[in-house]
Design a protein around this ligand. Structure first.
Ligand code: DP6
Length: 352
């Protein structure tokens, strides 16, 4: 934040600009209740390459109704994103009461390669929430609170609350670590084997995804497998947490693949049902399993709520894995698209 004038009585406006990365979940958040409270604890890795930038300028409100008076995404007006941000700002006024006195100019853009089908809501809401928490501290004269920023991010998009922090991040009450359903926290110590994981995203289909995650989460209500899924999520969380601390890469791989396939199995068996894997998703999964068996390399896959494959492996194998991707996998990716990403360091203040 740059406080334009230091005397509160003279303050005309405040600004805050942040960038935040995307994240990939290893234990999936799938199903929520109340106000963005997850049904199970999740665990993710913060990424590095794919970022959103959000810059806020808060001015004293003239028009009480609209919170955003000027919005640009990638230097152009964008009604879809503006409406989502506007609704979000309206929905969090109980948490940031000063919001009713301000209106915003918002500029936002992504560093994502164009048309990859990669969702940007986690990175966008993480960056927006960091900006709001920063303004909150300045306007109310309090300390910046990461917990508050993460909570604000969660209210925009659940998985966004994890994107603030570096490395491995958890969100949700669990027996392994003192944690909360309200905000995320970084895993304090991880085994060196997990300190520099890579994520090469194989773009199988770059179309917009056919199920919105909010719709996906609601499918868990009344799902025949709900209780057994919640039990499994808890077990997987505990085992993955231990594997990350102890350095058990093989067990880690087994669990993240099970989580990815479970997420898709839940969608395939809900009413209505969704099939988000494409034929090439399955083909690539088979190739990954074969290659792992023959090469003995620790390379595993996970999936989001979409057809693209996230290939997870330690950085020391980058060269050999990249050559394998180029030689064997690119042919099954849309227009040969792959994004090489890796563990990142979370949200950062940016130049306005
Ligand atoms: C499959 O965070 O996008 O990526 O809270 O409705 O915005 P909303 O959902 P969102 O759901 C993410 C689901 C997931 C798994 C995960 O990231 O944990």
């Amino acid at each position: 934040v740059s406080l334009m004038k230091s005397q509160p009585s003279d303050i005309n406006y405040y600004t805050a600009s942040y960038t935040a990365p995307s994240n990939i979940a290893f234990i999936k958040y799938w199903g929520k209740k109340d106000r963005q409270i997850p049904l199970n604890a999740s665990l993710s890795m913060t990424l590095n390459a794919c970022h959103s930038f959000v810059s806020l300028k808060a001015l004293p409100a003239k028009d009480e109704i609209k919170k955003i008076f000027d919005f640009q995404f990638e230097n152009l007006p964008n009604t879809k994103f503006e409406t989502r941000f506007e609704n979000y700002l309206q929905s969090i006024q109980d948490i940031l009461p000063w919001l009713s006195d301000y209106q915003f100019e918002i500029r936002t853009h992504n560093t994502f390669p164009h048309s990859t089908g990669i969702a940007s809501s986690a990175s966008a809401f993480a960056a927006l929430a960091m900006g709001l928490a920063d303004l909150d501290a300045k306007i109310t004269g309090t300390e910046f609170s990461f917990n508050k920023a993460s909570k604000l991010a969660r209210l925009g998009s659940g998985s966004a609350c994890r994107s603030l922090y570096p490395g491995m991040v958890i969100w949700g009450e669990n027996i392994k670590m003192k944690a909360s359903n309200e905000f995320a926290l970084p895993v304090p110590i991880i085994h060196p084997l997990f300190e520099n994981l890579c994520d090469s995203v194989l773009i199988v289909d770059n179309e917009e995804k056919s199920v919105k995650s909010s719709v996906g989460h609601s499918l868990m209500h009344g799902h025949l497998f709900k209780e057994v899924r919640l039990f499994q999520a808890q077990e997987n969380f505990n085992h993955l947490f231990d594997a990350i601390i102890q350095g058990d890469l093989e067990y880690f791989g087994e669990i993240i693949e099970l989580e990815a396939l479970t997420l898709h199995a839940l969608m395939m068996t809900s009413t209505p049902s969704y099939m988000l894997m494409r034929p090439n998703t399955i083909l690539l999964i088979e190739k990954i399993k074969d290659y792992r068996q023959t090469s003995k390399l620790p390379v595993y896959f996970t999936l989001d709520a979409g057809p693209n494959i996230h290939l997870i492996y330690p950085a020391q194998y980058t060269e050999v894995i990249k050559s394998w991707i180029d030689a064997e996998l690119l042919a099954y990716c849309q227009k040969g698209m792959v994004i090489h990403d890796s563990m990142g360091s979370g949200a950062k203040r940016a130049e306005h």
